[in-house]
Design a protein around this ligand. Sequence first.
Ligand code: ADE
Length: 262
Amino acid sequence: MRIDVLTLFPAMFAGPLETSILKRAQQRGLLEIVLHAIRDYAMDRHQMTDDLPYGGGVGMVMKPEPVFNAVESLGLPDGRTPIILLSPQGRLLTHRVAKELAAHERLVLICGHYEGFDERIREHLATDELSIGDYVLTGGELAAMVVIDAVARWVPGVLGDAESAERDSFSEGLLEGPHYTRPADFRGWSVPSVLLSGNHAAIAAWRRREALRRTFRRRPALLRNLTLIEEEAAFVRELASAASEPRPDEEGISYEATSDER
Ligand code: ADE
């Protein structure tokens, strides 16, 4: 997979791209990240990439020419490569969106700064717009790095077997339950005995229940989209009715089992 990133600050990418799994993926040829300085595509003498907003107002707006020039210099072969703006106005990046994007051979990410992009970039150049959350960053670079990281994990071979993206939180629609490693007793806090039992079926059942419990407590709305077997649905109803359990913070969530058995 190749990802072209258009940015005013290529240097920001050095740390994340030259470390750990993203570094390994590039060395193995699974992932190619190409950084392009938008400023290099500004044609005027001062290499201006931003200008005052028409109609007045505070802040600066990213000029269209350098961004169009940079994208056009890529010579994208077809109209199928997503050209993605990073902005707080985009659709929200989720586990599913990351997986979807990873199915493309190429992506183009455009990092904005200042008050935002000239609207013609949005209307006539970009094919998609992504936000990494409902907060405003100082620029799109950190968001682009988040997108690259979340997408790269889905590229075949990028994660080792032990790191499988399929088993992560969200993959089964649930948050992951707790994990433990040695020592079995740390400062008097011991590991749940079932994990030391060697009984694989009991361990799998425990993990599933703990994932349900954690999801119920932290992200109850995720349970709404889930297919539960009767036993699991009963467990969730039990959590909901237990006085000691916090109640889900959203209304209208039903914990009925569906007819599909897992
Ligand atoms: N640029 C500024 N804030 C952003 C956000 N939340 N997501 C994506 N890009 C951004």
